[in-house]
Structure formats: C-alpha cells, structure tokens
Ligand binder design. Structure first.
Ligand code: ADP
Ligand code: MG
Length: 243
C-alpha cells in the first residue's frame, strides 16, 4: 500500500494555546479515513495543516513522499493535489455554479474555458446537479451548495480530498445527498480524510476511524473497533454523548 500522506508529530500553537500536541497519521492511497472528536479538539486545525492552509510549529508532512514545507516544494501544486471541502461551502456568491467550479481550474490548471466547462458539467452530473450550472449560490439549498463545492474540488483533479464537517451546516434532509456523493467518491477510489459526526456514514465507508481529543489522536482502528469496542475511556464517553 502506498502512503499518500504521512504526518509526523505535528505540533501547532495559537499563542499560548497548544492545539496540536504531536499528531501522527498515515493515509494510504484509496483509504477513507474518518476523524471524530469533540469540538475544539483541533480537528480542523490539523486538516488545514495538511494542505498548507495552516503553518505548523514542529513535525513533518509528506505527500507522495515529498515534504510539503521543503524549500523545493510548490504549495500551489500541493493544494491542487489535495482538495478541500469546508463546512460552509465557501462558494463565490456573485458567480454562477459553472463559474464557481471552473474559475480556479482555468487559472491554475491552464484548462481552456471550454475544457474547464466540459469537466465541470461532468462533475455536476456526478453530484446530481447537471441542471444547475447557470444558477447562483443563493438560489441553491445548502445541500446543493455543498455538492457544488465538491464538484469544484473535483474539477482540480485532486488525488486526495479533505472534508471538514461537510454536512454539519445542512438541514437534516440535505445530509443524505451529500453523504451519497461522498460514498460514491469513496467507491471510485478517492483517497479521503473526513471530519464528520455522521457515525452511520463512518461505519459504512471508513477504512479507519480516528478519535481526536485535546490535540492528539487518542485512538484509531476499524469502524468496528472504534464504534463497537472502543478501548479508550475518552472515546467511549464521546460516543455515548453523540450516538
Ligand atoms: P475542532 O475543529 O476540533 O472543533 P479547531 O481546530 O477548530 O477544533 O480548534 C482547536 C482550538 O484552536 C480551539 O480552541 C480554537 O478556538 C483554536 N483556534 C482555531 N483556529 C484558531 C486561530 N486562527 N486563532 C486562534 N485560535 C484558534
Ligand atoms: Mg472543526
């Protein structure tokens, strides 16, 4: 199994507040890794370090064996390889769905507008929104916005995707559509690292589940191990609260 990403002993503080206290994780190609844990424990911060949106104080992040902080590394290339989907979609309100999806790809991947559009329509079909290319974000539901955000990430042809609570801001009836798209990506072999509170989804899709608390990965294992037989009392206490 090839290691797509290896994070070693990542430490990060905001001022006096040590948020990441030595986080190590390997994600193999085609793996779906789900990260659970309480609010404020550092999950988002950790995810953001992995594509260079957040600096680190100590440790090392290798993507395809390449140290992302090495002088020779090109952070823009790394961000193309590692797509990210956020809780709040981060679509541009003044751009149509199609332009939201194609803009970055035209700039950074040097697609012609027509190539970018063809790809965008393909990804819109994949997320079930082929008829929405000319809509503006304000005309879409939350679940549709998030599926556009996923299409936008796919347009960059990432080799790995990071999802930070992609369904937490959605009305309950929208959650399933977004999870279905993610499930399909997983089945197509996308390497994914997902922060979520959707335990049923995690159980169905994850190869590995991590329990994150207080700046550490406290426990990791198969969904079966973590959800049915957690070893760490903190994991047990957390699961008792959320399930
Ligand atoms: P989680 O995603 O697990 O809820 P976060 O990574 O968002 O946790 O936050 C971990 C801690 O770091 C929290 O206490 C949060 O307030 C703090 N934090 C996050 N981002 C910043 C920032 N940019 N500046 C200062 N503190 C931050
Ligand atoms: Mg978070």
């Amino acid at each position: 199994m090839t290691e797509k990403l290896v994070a070693s002993r990542i430490r990060k503080a905001y001022g006096q507040h040590q948020v990441l206290k030595g986080v190590s994780l390997a994600v193999h190609t085609n793996d779906v890794v789900v990260m659970i844990g309480p609010s404020g424990s550092g999950k988002s911060t950790f995810l953001r370090t992995l594509n260079g949106l957040e600096t680190i104080d100590q440790g090392q992040i290798l993507i395809d064996q390449q140290d992302i902080h090495a002088k020779s590394s090109n952070m823009n290339q790394i961000r193309e390889k590692v797509g990210m989907v956020f809780q709040h979609f981060n679509l541009f309100p003044h751009l149509t769905v199609l332009d939201n999806i194609t803009m970055a790809a035209i700039q950074t991947k040097h697609f012609t507008p027509q190539e970018a559009k063809d790809h965008a329509i393909h990804y819109l079909e994949l997320v079930g929104l082929a008829n929405k290319q000319d809509s503006y974000p304000a005309q879409l539901s939350g679940g549709q916005k998030q599926r556009v955000a996923i299409a936008r990430a796919l347009e960059m042809e990432p080799e790995m995707m990071l999802f930070d609570e992609p369904t937490s801001a959605l009305d309950p009836e929208m959650v399933g559509d977004v999870l279905n798209v993610m499930h399909q990506l997983a089945q197509n072999g996308m390497t994914m690292l997902i922060v979520t509170h959707e335990m049923g989804f995690a159980e169905a899709v994850a190869d590995k589940v991590l329990f994150f608390d207080e700046g550490y990965i406290q426990e990791q294992g198969t969904p079966q191990q973590i959800f049915k037989h957690p070893a760490n009392p903190r994991t047990k206490a957390f699961l008792n609260k959320v399930i």
